[in-house]
Design a binder for this molecule. Sequence first.
Ligand SMILES: NC(=O)c1ccc[n+]([C@@H]2O[C@H](COP(=O)([O-])OP(=O)(O)OC[C@H]3O[C@@H](n4cnc5c(N)ncnc54)[C@H](OP(=O)(O)O)[C@@H]3O)[C@@H](O)[C@H]2O)c1
Length: 309
Amino acid sequence: MTDLAIGLWGLSGPNTANGIQLGWDEVNRPVDVLKRAFELGAAALDTSDFYGAGRGELLVNEALSVSEFANIPIFTKGGLRQSGEAKNGTIPRSFDPDYICSAFSASYRRLGERTVDTYFLHGPTIDAFTDGRLLRTLEKLRDEGRVRRFGLSLRRSGLKNPAYLQAVSNDTFFDVIQLPISPLYADVVTQLRGGLFSDKILFARSINGHGLLLKDAVDENDFSSSDHRRGLLDEAFTEQVRKTAVVIDRFSRAIGVSRIRFLRSYALAVNVEAIILGARNVSQVEEGFTMNLAPLDDDILRAFHNELK
Ligand SMILES: NC(=O)c1ccc[n+]([C@@H]2O[C@H](COP(=O)([O-])OP(=O)(O)OC[C@H]3O[C@@H](n4cnc5c(N)ncnc54)[C@H](OP(=O)(O)O)[C@@H]3O)[C@@H](O)[C@H]2O)c1
């Protein structure tokens, strides 16, 4: 059985780093959305010190203050920064052990000093996740009982880089890998099914392509200036989303399901421990957490991937 977790990114509001938009529009009463997910059986929640510039972790603390939800496991992340040096057009980040140590302490405080189930490096370089000093710093957090285990949250660019995927495969320190499982990254899905990261625990995220794969049409102008999807939709990515949605429509119609149900079955075709859902209001939570589906059939998956090529 795959667990369902609720993701905090889309609930944490606007955020920018070095002028790059990485947030979302404000949502109405985000804590109510979280509590509804818990009532419907959310097995964990996924946040980051970066979501809403720390607000995502404060929302977690508020939602978990209700005693019946107090023990829901927390996944959070560190490494992205609100400002600082970065190559042109990239998000500032640091995996220096001293920085990660202070970033973790700030997260821990915002989270009400609750033990973190899984602490992720947020889009680390190979140098970062193989740095012995950093690994010793993380080990200390585990020894102190502040973190149960560690993970790598992979960036979109890393998924396209065979050397990066190989380095993650070779790693023996991090237990969990978080990555998008979506037809937008069909090559990675094929590799995962072929044994890539077979000794890791996998968490699937962005299974709806940040919701872009659920829209009738995508155009950057449909999104406000605080919605990160506006910046994501350059010409090439917009075209990829449009083409992918056309193929999804053909296959979902053929098997008689909606796009959102097709995408859920697609994600279940990979052996993941948890799917992190990005619902942004109570009705999306209610649909997401009550959708009971089987993995996509192998033959259909193969035919679908062939069509995407
Ligand atoms: N680097 C990282 O570590 C990283 C990166 C991305 C995500 N994540 C994690 O994964 C979580 C999910 O990622 P994501 O937001 O990209 O997820 P996603 O599931 O691909 O997209 C979420 C979007 O799908 C749409 N949606 C969801 N349920 C719907 C429904 N029932 N009906 C119609 N539309 C629906 C909504 O779009 P609208 O808002 O347009 O309605 C929602 O904002 C994040 O919150 C975060 O915790 C981590």
